[in-house]
Write a protein that binds this ligand. Structure first.
Ligand code: SF4
Length: 347
């Protein structure tokens, strides 16, 4: 970490011209309106840019202003989020929109501290919106930025630790260039996303190449250092894909916990045999007449791995403690998270 001070100081002058020449044309970069930047930053958390573009455009078309989002039906917001995952992001987005519309007269707070008071906005998003939209010297430190900085400075502290993030944020904020704060935030993000990538950094195209400690030592991929990951918990589930003519059975999840309040195909924990499955579902009022097929699928959440055994069952009538809806209606009106939506091609 010897060259650290000069490295931080030199970052803006190296990165700004590089960014202005190399920035990708992304839909949320067409405006610095806080509503648009905020929605994009929330969508981009844990999700690739390519996957977000379509969602972002559809979302903006449906809810072009913070007021439109505040007034929308929650089910419509969730439907437009379907497949992006981490649904609490969508719920918090709407909660914050309601707060901005009702308490702030539709105007976003213009500092990171003010933004942090809104639901779903953490240090990263607050820094991104404050710097990009309001030219505040507030760093937005995500995995991309931590990777660049720890490589450049050969910093072997674990990036999961708040003390590491905080320290890096403070060092960056000390060199934020007045008048170009937004571009500096975006330049850091862009370098991490396009050049200083996790597995094979393109050092030959990097504007920091001659100053980068990890590059000099050929140890680029030794950084960032992370704490050992907790092993994912494995949960086995049985899923019931009930169909009656063109209708399918769905039900709503509990209001609390994983995938709270979203829709699902009926399911239970554990692996039931076909016989046990038919008995279980019949006890809940369904009228299965034929086992069409058995399917096995896996879905991975952040901390849990679901190993699912699903039975496609033909039913004689749309009966039982479920909502029966035709396939198009299920696709268009019910928010099925990916863990269940993937069965649409089986049923
Ligand atoms: S030189 Fe390589 S490792 Fe260093 S910051 Fe640039 S891309 Fe990352």
């Amino acid at each position: 970490m010897k060259k650290e001070k000069s490295l931080f100081e030199v970052l803006p002058q190296r990165l700004l011209p590089w960014y202005r020449e190399n920035a990708r044309d992304l839909p949320w970069r067409h405006s610095r309106e806080p509503y648009r930047v905020w929605v994009s930053e929330i969508m981009l958390q844990q999700t690739r840019v390519e996957a977000v573009i379509g969602y972002y455009n559809r979302f903006m078309e449906a809810f072009p202003t913070v007021e439109a989002l505040a007034e929308a039906e929650e089910s419509r917001v969730l439907k437009l989020w379907e497949g992006l995952g981490y649904y609490s992001r969508a719920r918090n987005l709407q909660k914050a929109a309601k707060q901005i519309a009702a308490e702030y007269g539709g105007v976003f707070p213009d500092t990171a501290e003010g933004l942090l008071k809104l639901p779903g906005i953490g240090a990263y998003t607050a820094g991104a919106v404050a710097s990009i939209c309001f030219e505040r010297p507030s760093a937005a430190v995500d995995g991309n930025v931590l990777r660049i900085i720890t490589r450049m400075t050969a910093d072997d502290r674990a990036i999961d630790l708040n003390t590491t993030k905080q320290d890096i944020a403070e060092k960056l904020e000390a060199v934020y260039p007045a008048g170009s704060c937004g571009d500096f935030t975006q330049a850091l993000m862009e370098l991490g996303a396009c050049v200083c990538t996790p597995k094979s950094p393109k050092c030959e195209a990097c504007p920091m190449r001659d100053l980068c400690c990890a590059h000099a030592a050929h140890t680029e991929t030794a950084y960032p250092v992370k704490l050992p990951k907790a092993k994912k918990r494995v949960e086995e589930r049985t899923v019931f894909l009930l169909r009656c003519g063109d209708e399918l059975a769905v039900c709503r999840r509990e209001e609390e916990g994983l995938l709270a309040g979203l829709w699902q195909f009926p399911n239970c924990s554990g692996v039931l045999s076909a016989e046990e499955a038919i008995k279980w579902i019949a006890e809940r009022g369904a009228k299965p007449t034929e086992l069409v097929r058995e399917v096995h699928r896996v879905h991975i959440f952040t901390h849990i791995r679901w190993e699912m055994t699903a039975y496609v069952l033909e039913c004689s009538e749309p009966a039982g403690d479920f909502i029966w809806a035709d396939r198009t209606e299920v696709e268009q009106h019910y928010t099925l998270p990916t863990a269940f939506r993937m069965f649409m091609e089986d049923v």
